[in-house]
Design a protein around this ligand. Structure first.
Ligand SMILES: [Zn+2]
Length: 315
């Protein structure tokens, strides 16, 4: 993930505010959808214990097998492909769990499960681990509570991290392959929105307003966060983020990044061996999961409203 922060000078006060907030035990309000942050944290811990999980590694292959095992009992598929990287061809796999709804459209919730290459000491608890874990907990949620409205597809994306460095096409291999596939076969036309979750476990939660996101979708996320009582944790700073959601946007789908790119003092835990489980909290995962569910509900309402308007026009 690459980023350009706007207003770097305000980082220190923001961090202080985030610290104070995380210690005061502020709860979400009664309108917040229930989400099990402890479950998401346990999944994240298990994923992190696989160790460095770069594409092509033995730990990566073991993680894919484990993820497939977790998805048993749901309608899931694995889409494998060969990524052409600066290190040569590397096999990669996207995993998709589909939860059918009651309306034709689809809401996609995605995130990456790979970790940085060439870093034997990098376990990526937050960067790679938290997205994998929260998506598993969201899959459990939709397994137990099937969507009323558009279908929900949960996607574990491979190869988000650069194999060598974030230049040219050396990044977001899984999302680019999937988005291009969906653009070609017409699936993209059914996608109402793609929400990408990345680095969302930081115990000092501070989710950015992604200025690259589809504007109405990012507004929806920020408004829902505010509405359910997570306003102190979301959209307090703006930044442009290049991430997996970019590939879906490039293929014509509305997409937004839900990312906390304020990880440790001056982001010093990002892409370093300091990205470990002790920096994360179930509370942060609960808040992000709850905002994600609130956004899914809001998207369903929006879809119903838009369909109603189209019907009126047709009459
Ligand atoms: Zn990363």
């Amino acid at each position: 993930m690459r980023s350009l922060r706007n207003g770097l000078l305000v980082a220190a006060p923001l961090l202080l505010a985030a610290c104070a907030h995380s210690l005061d035990g502020v709860a979400l309000n009664d309108s917040a959808p229930a989400f099990n942050g402890y479950l998401a944290y346990r999944y994240t811990a298990t994923v992190t214990h696989f160790g460095p999980r770069s594409p092509g590694s033995a730990a990566h292959a073991r993680l894919v097998t484990w993820l497939e095992h977790q998805l048993e009992g749901t309608n899931w598929s694995a889409e494998s492909f060969t990524a052409h990287t600066p290190d040569g061809p590397i096999p990669m796999t996207n995993l998709i769990a589909r939860f059918p709804g009651t309306r034709p459209g689809v809401i996609v919730i995605g995130g990456h499960y790979d970790t940085l290459s060439h870093r034997p000491d990098f376990v990526g608890a937050n960067d790679g681990g938290s997205s994998t874990g929260i998506l598993l907990a969201l899959a459990d949620h939709f397994h137990d509570n099937p969507p009323h409205g558009p279908s929900v597809w949960i996607v574990w994306l491979d190869g988000e991290e650069a194999i060598r460095s974030w230049v040219g096409n050396d990044h977001t291999y899984g999302s680019r392959t999937l988005a291009e596939h969906w653009e070609k076969d017409g699936t993209a036309l059914r996608i109402l929105a793609m929400l990408n979750l990345d680095m969302i476990g930081d115990r000092h939660l501070d989710v950015a307003r992604d200025t690259d996101a589809t504007p109405w979708l990012m507004d929806l996320v920020c408004n829902e966060a505010q509405r359910i009582g997570a306003g102190a944790d979301f959209c307090k700073y703006s930044m442009a983020v290049g991430d997996d959601d970019t590939e879906f946007r490039n293929a014509g789908m509305p997409a937004a990044d839900i990312i906390d790119f304020d990880y440790g003092p001056f982001n010093e835990y990002w892409h370093t061996p300091k990205d470990t489980l002790d920096k994360l909290s179930p509370r942060s995962l609960r808040i992000v999961g709850s905002v994600t569910l609130a956004t899914v509900h809001a998207l369903a309402e929006r879809d119903r409203h838009n369909a109603g308007n189209a019907h009126e026009k047709a009459l």
